[in-house]
Write a protein that binds this ligand. Structure first.
Ligand SMILES: C[C@](O)(C(=O)O)[C@H](CC(=O)O)C(=O)O
Ligand SMILES: [Mg+2]
Length: 298
């Protein structure tokens, strides 16, 4: 897969190559490098992740388009993999959504998902979510699709309606979004495998299952999800949650014990870090350039 190809097309190719396609969240450029080297075919930039990790804020629609774009540029610069980006509610009305699509494309994203929550959104797995009307959601999707500058850029419609209005309404919304041009569907906070099957059969476009931890959806396996008709399995914050627990442990150890000695075993070594970053190739290049200078200076 060449980076010269459209990122949207690369995501579509990944979907062909792996069924269901596992998509992992990368909280920053370095974890994107590690995920790529581990063999994943697609990455995710989580809205919660940008808010939590980059700004120390909760996932309540506080971050802006530019906040997310900054992370998208950093991550797409560091990886060859196609990146799906969480665009929350699209960051405004029709013209703002158009700007979101154009800016995300320019930043190298393969696609975005836009959801039907109200602007003052919440995490999809928390209570008291509120959603806009189906007509308003269809309007969001139409605005997004109309703004595509790359026909392969992916507009994924996320519906949070299951928890608010129930299964029939959520499936109806998903179908209306596909009718409006959505390329894929993100069914949020699904409770049973059978519900994924119903979504997949009804929408006839690829369906994503969000297998986030400590949420409403059980930790279904990719085999179970594949059998239920799911095309993409998302692990948005798994590595981030583990990194946070590890960091906290290290901070506590150093504070309590006056040395990090007991925490070193849990750390990635300098050599492992350098290996992922191809540090030695860079160093060799620098040596070559430096030698050239010495030659020229003779
Ligand atoms: C997928 C999600 O939108 C995200 O921002 O990563 C979140 C994940 C989470 O809070 O666990 C969501 O499901 O709303
Ligand atoms: Mg989100």
């Amino acid at each position: 897969m060449s980076k010269l190809q459209s990122p949207g097309l690369r995501l579509k190719e990944a979907l062909q190559a792996e069924k269901p396609l596992q998509i992992v969240g990368a909280i920053n450029a370095y974890t994107a490098v590690m995920a790529e080297r581990t063999g994943y075919r697609a990455l995710y930039i989580s809205g919660a992740g940008v808010a939590n990790a980059s700004f120390g804020l909760p996932d309540l629609g506080i971050t802006t388009l530019n906040d997310v774009l900054e992370d998208v540029r950093r991550i797409t610069s560091a990886t060859e993999l196609p990146v799906l980006v969480d665009a929350d509610t699209g960051f405004g009305s029709a013209f703002n959504i158009a700007r979101t699509i154009r800016s995300m494309t320019a930043a190298g994203a393969a696609g975005v998902h836009i959801e039907d929550q109200v602007t003052a959104k919440r995490c999809g797995h928390r209570p008291n979510k509120a959603i806009v009307s189906q007509a308003e959601m269809v309007f969001r999707i139409k605005a997004a699709v109309d703004a595509k500058t790359d026909p392969n850029f992916i507009v994924m419609a996320r519906t949070d309606a299951l928890a608010v209005e129930g299964e029939a309404s959520a499936i109806e919304r998903a179908c209306a979004c596909v009718e409006a041009g959505a390329d894929m569907i993100f069914a949020e906070a699904v409770l049973e495998l059978e519900q994924y099957r119903k979504f997949a059969d009804a929408v006839k476009v690829p369906v994503l299952a969000n297998i986030t931890e400590f949420g409403k959806t059980p930790l279904f396996t990719k085999e179970e999800l594949g059998e239920a008709g799911v095309s993409m399995v998302l692990y948005p914050l798994s590595a981030f949650r583990a990194m946070n627990a590890a960091a906290l442990q290290v901070y506590r150890t150093i504070r309590n014990e006056g040395t990090q000695a007991n925490a070193v075993a849990a750390m990635q070594t300098r050599m492992e870090l350098y290996d992922f970053l191809q540090y030695f190739d860079y160093e060799k290049k620098l040596d070559e350039l430096f030698d050239m200078e010495k030659e020229e200076g003779k």
